[in-house]
Unconditional design. Structure first.
Length: 272
């Protein structure tokens, strides 16, 4: 079994509201499942970076736990091709020319365990239209990480996440990444929105025990686009500690600190 097949099996068995929001470069579906009803409505997504696939299992457990106050759409695996490449290797990629592209982007190594990008060697979390291409670590060529793509939303995975977000109009978003046990919540908000968003960020910090951090020079992410374009609170939560890639041996600790976060955050939001 792979992380993708685990998500697919869960999705097919899920009895609640669900939707395929798009497909990856290699045609794999991107699954979304909703828990709860009413407001606040959030979007919670994970594994937009391939090597951070462990966040998919965190999100599955959050779906199992459910949301009692308000509702959330959960997208466990935003980058299915990349996650399979990272966990199962180049044999998951069809087409000799694409295999050559990916191997070249990976310094000619067949060890993709640290791979972050999609099957076009684009880092999806720098492919959003929020100061696109101006980050301090951005690169302009196919790579395992930090390649911005040929244009904002050049990739079907980032377009799927954009279009679904615009469709459901969430009041907040949470993006799960690894690692470092910290929370990012800022992206050039004006004063009053900054104060509003910091209040919610402090709630997440209290729920997880993770400190709030800033990421100077980091742009083009899903969180950044949500803050800039939708003008809503949006958060990146970095779970886990150790060395990349975190795996199932790290899941128990990640769950202990995070599995109730979305449920409790939604309840806190509802109480005001």
């Amino acid at each position: 079994m792979s992380v993708f097949s685990d998500i697919e099996k869960f999705y097919k068995a899920y009895k609640g509201n669900k939707k395929i929001i798009g497909k990856s470069i290699l045609g794999r579906p991107i699954y979304a499942m909703q828990s709860g009803k009413g407001c606040p409505l959030g979007i919670v997504q994970g594994a937009i970076h391939a090597r951070e696939w462990i966040t998919s299992y965190l999100i599955l457990e959050q779906i199992r736990l459910g949301v009692d106050c308000g509702s959330a759409w959960f997208i466990p695996l935003a980058n299915p091709d990349g996650a399979l490449l990272s966990t199962c290797g180049i044999q998951t990629v069809k087409g000799e020319w694409r295999r050559r592209l990916l191997l070249n982007a990976n310094d000619c190594s067949d060890d993709f365990s640290l791979w972050k990008a999609n099957a076009n060697a684009v880092d999806l979390n720098v492919n959003f239209d929020a100061c696109w291409g101006t980050g301090t670590c951005n690169v302009k060529f196919p790579a395992s990480a930090n390649y911005v793509g040929v244009a904002p939303f050049s990739e079907p995975e980032s377009r799927a996440l954009r279009d679904f977000t615009l469709e459901v109009c969430p009041q907040y978003t949470i993006s799960y990444h690894t690692m470092g046990e910290e929370i990012y919540w800022q992206f050039c908000q004006p004063f009053f929105r900054c104060m509003r968003d910091k209040k919610y960020a402090c709630t997440l910090s209290h729920l997880t025990g993770y400190p709030l951090k800033s990421a100077e020079g980091s742009v083009g992410g899903y969180k950044d686009w949500c803050i800039q374009t939708l003008k809503i609170p949006a958060f990146t939560i970095e779970v886990g500690n150790g060395t990349h890639p975190l795996g199932k041996k790290d899941l128990e600790d990640i769950l202990n600190k995070n599995v109730c976060t979305v449920r409790e955050f939604s309840a806190c939001w509802r109480r005001g």
